[in-house]
Ligand binder design. Structure first.
Ligand SMILES: CC(C)(COP(=O)(O)OP(=O)(O)OC[C@H]1O[C@@H](n2cnc3c(N)ncnc32)[C@H](O)[C@@H]1OP(=O)(O)O)[C@@H](O)C(=O)NCCC(=O)NCCS
Length: 238
């Protein structure tokens, strides 16, 4: 399977949403915040994810996708993954550094409101939040904020990896690393630190360590599960 790493476009959003939904189906945070599978509405969740990705594009966030480039009719060996060209098999969404001392820009402020409005429309269209446990969602947000306040000591801010996910068929093939490198290399050139958090300790902490991250905080969350917070210092060329 040949893969290209390219910036996310509007046209990629449906395939990117499908990739993220599948990549996070067994994620501890996802299972905790959508705690009743009988109430989970996958279409509502897809609409919300699509709106978040639109928000990310509009805010100028660095979002990359890994896309299959092989033509659909190309000869394939039996053990090769059979996916049509253009299928998204990995997504990495980062936020650019935001110095805490600087105010939020007007355009991001406007996009925040637009996202809230779109979510309201989704609530109406799908008759609710599709099984999201809102109480747990806010507990998690609070835990995240506490972590950021404690860890984000660099006054210039951090490149923050908000989402990274690779389809199960494409894992362990270097796709996640290539996706992450798009921003990690930029961070290195700019001498900026990176930050990410994962609710899955194994194998993710080890995977991110191989990318140059180190575990700086492990937070025990209220009901179950932990939040693994990792930072990466910029690498300077020898
Ligand atoms: C975490 C994830 C994004 C990593 O992507 P990936 O494409 O599988 O990772 P890569 O193949 O690029 O591997 C990166 C490094 O980790 C190592 N690695 C990969 N899988 C590993 C595993 N299961 N155990 C130990 N090391 C592993 C690789 O050998 C590689 O190291 P190297 O560069 O020194 O050779 C992917 O596994 C995933 O989507 N998981 C499910 C969703 C998720 O948990 N997302 C993250 C939320 S924070």
């Amino acid at each position: 399977m040949s893969i290209e790493i390219v910036p996310l476009t509007q046209a990629d959003i449906p395939s990117a949403v499908d990739c993220v939904q599948k990549a996070f189906a067994d994620d501890p945070y996802f299972r905790w915040v959508f705690d009743d599978p009988s109430k989970f509405n996958i279409q509502r969740n897809a609409a919300s994810l699509a709106d978040h990705l639109r928000y990310g594009i509009s805010c100028g966030c660095p979002i990359s996708v890994a896309k299959v480039t092989r033509a659909a009719n190309e000869t394939k060996s039996d053990n090769e993954i059979r996916l049509p060209a253009g299928t998204v098999v990995g997504v990495a969404w980062w936020y650019s550094p935001q110095a805490p001392s600087l105010p939020q820009t007007w355009s991001v402020w406007a996009q925040d409101w637009l996202l809230s409005f779109r979510q309201l429309m989704n609530n109406i269209r799908f008759f609710g939040r599709g099984g999201l446990n809102v109480h747990r969602y806010w507990i998690w947000k609070e835990v995240q904020k506490t972590a950021h306040d404690a860890i984000w000591q660099d006054p210039r801010g951090y490149y923050f990896c908000n989402v990274v996910g690779v389809s199960s068929q494409a894992r362990g093939m270097g796709v996640g690393k290539k996706l992450m490198q798009t921003v990690m290399e930029k961070a290195d050139r700019e001498n900026m630190p990176c930050y990410l958090e994962s609710s899955k300790g194994y194998p993710n902490v080890g995977i991110y360590e191989r990318m140059g991250f180190e575990l700086v905080k492990e937070i025990e969350c209220v009901d179950e599960g932990d939040l693994y917070c990792m930072t990466r210092n910029p690498k300077t060329k020898e």
